[in-house]
Design a protein. Structure first.
Length: 289
């Protein structure tokens, strides 16, 4: 029964260029200015959208989750794309339970490692969103559980970013981080064990029983602090996704080590599972591994 965190090295300049890559400017001065941009010069503000906060303020069942990512089911990523499509939203650590009228959490609450929701349309309508997670033998379970050749005992997933691959039958590709608890009394008693692609066939519905999982090979058997892992963010720079200045690549961001060094790779969406085709930014250009 169903009920429905973030990796070769990228300088700040290159990252800023990607951030503004969809903008077009016809003057040489503007081009020169764009080349000089750094993360320190990107100015923006954020504020709460209370109507969306209310959508996720719940008192029964699913009442919280972190590591939140979302895509439209048809893979369009331009503004207002969600108006004509379902939106799939996934979460990592997820809280389940009951909150009383006094606002206090009732006994019996629990945490699972991931869950998902599906929203119909682009409006924050509580009548058009459903949350899903498995329940087996009366116990709540995580929706996604590591199941690859590289998976070890007692591992679980935190979920990274993902995208709908229009070159692969609209399959949804989600990056997974294989995590294992260390039970060593450390302030953060867990460690990352591996990096995975979780593939949900286009149009499939929870519990996604036909999903596939693919080990990402770049640090299999190595330390994540030395090699890093991918999936912290994705930019689908394709015409089909609605990109303003498409080049046909999917850009996949990641981090390495405790200093969170930024990395980026790119690959054509049709060959994303052919890891020999991935290219990595080395500070000067793109190279294959």
């Amino acid at each position: 029964m169903m009920h429905k965190r973030n990796y070769s090295f990228l300088p700040a300049l290159a990252f800023a260029s990607l951030l503004i890559g969809g903008c077009t400017n016809n003057t040489e001065t503007a081009k020169d200015e764009k080349k000089q941009l750094s993360l320190d010069s990107v100015s923006f503000t954020t504020e709460e959208a209370p109507e969306w906060s209310r959508l996720f303020k719940r008192t029964t069942g699913w009442f919280g989750g972190d590591g939140i990512f979302a895509v439209t089911r048809d893979g369009r990523e331009n503004p207002n794309a969600a108006a004509g499509s379902e939106t799939i939203i996934w979460f990592s650590d997820t809280m389940l339970g009951e909150i009383g009228p006094d606002g206090k959490l009732k006994p019996g609450y629990e945490m699972i490692h991931n869950s998902i929701s599906v929203l119909k349309g682009a409006e924050p309508d509580s009548n058009r969103i459903n949350f899903y997670w498995p329940k087996e033998g009366g116990k709540n379970k995580s929706l996604f559980t590591p199941n690859t050749p590289g998976t070890g005992a007692d591992e679980y997933y935190w979920m990274g970013d993902g995208f709908v691959n229009q070159a692969k039958n609209n399959d949804l590709y989600i990056f997974g981080y294989r995590i294992k608890d260390t039970h060593d009394g450390a302030p953060f008693p867990f460690k990352e064990m591996g990096n995975t692609l979780v593939v949900l066939p286009g149009g499939s519905q929870p519990p996604f029983s036909s999903q596939r999982q693919v080990d990402i090979p770049f640090f299999l058997g190595k330390s994540v602090d030395s090699t890093g892992s991918f999936g912290a963010g994705i930019y689908v720079n394709t015409k089909e996704a609605g990109a303003a200045d498409p080049d046909g690549f999917v850009y996949i961001y990641g981090i390495r080590g405790q200093k969170k060094e930024l990395m980026v790779a790119r690959v054509g969406p049709a060959v994303i599972e052919d890891f020999a085709q991935w290219e990595f930014y080395d500070g000067n250009g793109w190279t294959k591994g």
